[in-house]
Ligand binder design. Structure first.
Ligand SMILES: [Fe+2]
Ligand SMILES: [Fe+2]
Length: 482
């Protein structure tokens, strides 16, 4: 009998959920598997499928040592089903069932709600792989190429995680949803992915690093809220996904930091002190800081849209039901039922941004978004530190949360990054100050040339401080057959 930590590595699907003794789910997953591999070959990383990539694979759920590193061809990656160990005697931490034992089966009354949450989460995982599939062609180094592929295979594993729950607990409907997760396509006209940010393009590496900084961090917040769930298999699934997710944000945050560092180095070496002298900076083959700020504005605002409406009955219902909690619910004080609490929410009243106190239950999306903002601000602060250290007078910041929004309270107004409401004309006249332009995109694309020599890095990005798994920066992280 598996003790919940050891992973059964013998079968087609590594797992710690006792798949060998669960013929029905084993068959469902094995039936789904070829379609997944087809999807990976069609929509996963373009090229490099025969390259040996130095990847980490989850082989345990023991926090002290859950992964092993080694060279694998991506289609041979061991995608598995891994749940964090069960917590003995765990009770539902919030909502109207607070204090009752957690559920090991789906409560009938919450079936539709849970299925919807699993499908939405599941849909984002393959979507990001699709969005990033062309990036291998322009990787700035083998180190970065490997990191891209690590993120990609783990998003693939996250899809497996959601598909397991759907197939195990949702019968025929779950199997149909698992099929649909392989059928939707990021950015497709007729059959797009479910959420807006996951249908945008990720055309270059600055976009990739911004996406992994901000959009993967939305993933972290959603997983953290679901990790609190009274439906224990979901909680355990999400807890293990979070251990992998941290690396994705590391890739993004350090990626941008290395770009910023390189820009500052090049400016200092050339004696350019004005970060707004864009032509001079670009002539050095590095990315100017104002453009990095515009990319922050874009990716941050797209990601804020993922949190949904500030005032939401769906979020209130999921909390009441004990299905989706707040960020770090188990660390928070209070009654965990939010019966009498209020929460401050930014709203749009008569075209102006005002703060209102609303019942805390209805403000859960806003609250999770606030937690996200606090988390994201730390990373942007670290980027600014790099600039400060280089002695250049420029700060990167998060724009106001009403800036460039398309969902929720601020969808109908135009707001500049500082939070001032603009007329439609003023917005149109100044938009290119705030958000990346076609010229910016063309400039960045011009820089995107692949660098495949061992230990070499593109002109626009600094090498990492440290390699992966204690390896040096000049390790051959990807062995490409030329
Ligand atoms: Fe993920
Ligand atoms: Fe991720």
């Amino acid at each position: 009998m598996l003790d919940g930590i050891d992973v059964d590595y013998d079968g087609l699907i590594p797992n710690n959920v006792g798949l060998a003794d669960d013929a029905r789910v084993k068959k469902a997953l094995e039936t789904w598997h070829p379609g997944y591999i087809d999807w990976w070959k069609d929509m996963g990383p373009e090229g490099f499928q025969d390259a040996l990539v130095y990847l980490r694979t989850a082989v345990s759920v023991d926090p002290k040592g859950w992964a092993k590193f080694g060279f694998v061809k991506m289609p041979d990656y061991k995608w598995g089903v891994l749940l964090a160990p069960a917590v003995e005697g765990r009770t539902i931490p919030f909502g109207k069932h607070k204090g009752e034992p957690v559920w090991q089966e789906v409560p009938g009354e919450y079936r539709a709600m849970l299925r919807r949450l699993l499908v939405i989460q599941g849909d984002t995982e393959p979507a990001s792989v699709e969005q990033q599939r062309h990036l291998g062609a322009t990787a700035p180094s083998l180190y970065d190429l490997r990191n891209l592929f690590q993120v990609n295979v783990e998003e693939g594993r996250h899809l497996w995680a959601m598909v397991y729950l759907l197939q195990k607990y949702f019968g025929t409907q779950g199997r149909e949803e698992a099929e649909e997760l392989l059928n939707r396509r990021s950015g497709h006209q007729d059959n797009p992915r479910m959420l807006g940010a996951f249908n945008e393009r990720t055309p270059d590496w600055l976009s990739f690093f911004m996406f992994t900084t901000f959009t993967d961090r939305d993933g972290k917040m959603q997983l953290a809220a679901l990790a609190q769930s009274g439906f224990d298999p979901l909680s355990r699934t999400c807890r293990f996904m979070l251990t992998e997710e941290a690396h994705h944000m590391f890739v993004g945050e350090t990626g941008v930091a290395r770009i910023v560092e390189r820009t500052c180095q090049a400016m200092n070496a050339a004696g350019i002190s004005d970060p707004h002298d864009v032509a001079a900076v670009r002539a050095l083959g590095v990315i100017d800081l104002p453009l990095i700020q515009r990319k922050i504005n874009l990716h941050y605002s797209l990601t804020l849209d993922l949190f949904g409406n500030e005032i939401s009955t769906n979020a209130a219902n999921a909390f009441n039901a004990g299905i989706k909690g707040r960020y770090r619910e188990d660390k928070l004080a209070g009654d965990h039922q939010l019966l009498d609490e209020t929460y401050p929410v930014l709203r749009c009243v008569d075209g102006q941004i005002v703060e209102q106190q609303v019942p805390a239950l209805s403000a859960l999306n806003m609250r999770l978004r606030d937690d996200f903002i606090a988390d994201a601000a730390g990373g942007v602060g670290r980027w600014s530190k790099v600039i400060e250290k280089a002695g250049i007078d420029f700060r990167l910041t998060l724009p106001h949360q009403a800036h460039n929004r398309h969902i929720g309270e601020f969808a109908g107004i135009e707001v500049d990054p500082a939070g001032a409401v603009l007329s439609a004309e003023a917005w149109a006249a100044r938009r290119d100050e705030f958000l990346p332009t076609a010229g910016d995109a063309a400039f960045i694309l011009g820089l995107m040339q692949p660098v495949h020599a061992v230990g070499a890095y593109a002109s626009w990005i600094a090498p990492p401080k440290m390699g992966i798994d204690g390896k040096p920066g000049d390790f051959e992280y990807v062995r490409i057959e030329e």
